[in-house]
Design a protein around this ligand. Structure first.
Ligand code: FES
Length: 114
């Protein structure tokens, strides 16, 4: 796993937002809600909508197509949905906001004990 800076501290504004970002070629959804940041997968698991075009309600990310909801902390969908989205760890450091992503070949390293 490695930590990658996605925002400078100076880029952080008071307003909430949801936006698509690209981190090392991976398309993700960055959410600022209140004083918290969240990073999730960008595509909705239901039918592939862009979750960055959705909105937040009560700690949930709402998909713009069919209004499925996903908990921003855990990624769990509402119980009747039976699905989830990937969420990624965030750290707020002195110089910016960081997200933790798996290294591309960490699976192969573990498999072959490299
Ligand atoms: S595509 Fe997201 S709820 Fe259907």
């Amino acid at each position: 796993m490695k930590w990658i800076r996605i925002l400078l501290k100076t880029d952080v504004k008071e307003v909430d937002f949801i936006r698509a970002i690209t981190v090392e070629g991976k398309r993700l959804c960055l959410v600022k809600s209140g004083d918290k940041f969240f990073v999730t997968q960008l595509k909705c698991p239901h039918a592939g909508a862009n979750l960055s075009e959705g909105w937040c309600e009560d700690g949930k990310l709402i998909c713009p197509y069919h209004r499925y909801s996903y908990d921003l902390e855990t990624g769990r969908g509402a119980p009747e949905q039976g699905d989830y989205i990937n969420t990624y760890a965030i750290e707020v450091r002195d110089d910016g906001i960081y997200v933790e992503l798996p290294e591309h070949n960490s699976f192969l390293k573990k498999l072959f004990r490299l």
